[in-house]
Design a binder for this molecule. Sequence first.
Ligand SMILES: [Zn+2]
Length: 398
Amino acid sequence: MKSEERQILAALDSIDTTALLRELIAIPSAVGNEGQLAKVIGEMLRVDGFDVRYQDVEGARRNVIGTFRFPRSGPCLMFNGHLDTVAPATDWKGDPLTAEVHNGRLHGLGALDMKGGIASSLTACKALISSGIPFRGSIMFSGVIDEEGYSSGARALVEQGLDAVDGIIIGEPCAGTKANPIPALTPGKVLYRLTVEGVQAHGFMPQEGVNAVEEAARIIAALDQLPQLEHPKLGNGPVSTLKITGGYEEYAVVVPDRCEAIISRMIVPGETSKGCKADLEALIASLKLDARATVEMVPPYYAPLETDRSAKLFRVFEEVYADEYDRPPTYGTSVVITDASVFSGLGGIPTLVFGPSGGSIHQANEYVDLASLAACTKTYALTAVRFLNHSPEGESHD
Ligand SMILES: [Zn+2]
């Protein structure tokens, strides 16, 4: 191990990641209410020496973005985390916002998803900066809103431009084990809004009208005929009708003239939003309905993601991981869609999803395993050191 890596490990030892995590958990940040957490993290980053700015995404909902530039020019590594948690389950024992440690597990709302990963990222960044080593390039931390919703925070970040960013690490709880692999292949999803317009009539004289609800039912019953690609690992994506509305608001014997349905479809590499729209339109045309049916693609849209592991970030990470865990990381398919689909799929930036492990995600008494939190923090810090030191000529800087 090079001397500067030893310096980083010493710097890590002086930072209390668990205390930091407790502090993050104490700030409520259920999806839609990320403002206070963005502010607190912004303040932490500022104290560490980052240039901090906020990005308004939706009303008072803001992303927080910190950038720290080392003295020499070089690559930029961004750590990312979503600020939002889900709402606490009703069967929590104790206060979800007061972290409690039992048997090496820290319990608290968002401990695993994903304030643990954020605490590790912030600690790793702090260690790099406080070491005083003149690394090349820059490190960033971005905290984004709405991952549990529409990923509007990550989308806004990509739209604003991340051209300077060479790699992103998202601290979601993917440990790189067989049971919990690092996602290398993730399906995407599209959402259809189907609107069926018929002709209103008296319910005793249906032949005078066109029943929009019944016509919509014919389409929904035929969804299993949608042409779908078969992917060797992901199969073909499930199609589910999530919602259907139509008919009277106040009881009346009236043939409904309008029906709307929301249909979700998981997509695999090779399938696109445009293609999915055409598939459903062709299916509708084949049914020769009397009603008029229109198909719109509505947010959120996620492209399927095949991770390109040839990127430098992955090579560096795999080296560090193998040293820390005495085995290579395991990659796999994941049906859980994260902001990586936005950063990599939409932004084209190599994105690694790796974080601490634990359990009860989105459930009562969610926890992170503190030993895994420490190992993860160390892996982040050393990955960053080697990533920043890496230069195209392959020269090393001790
Ligand atoms: Zn998450």
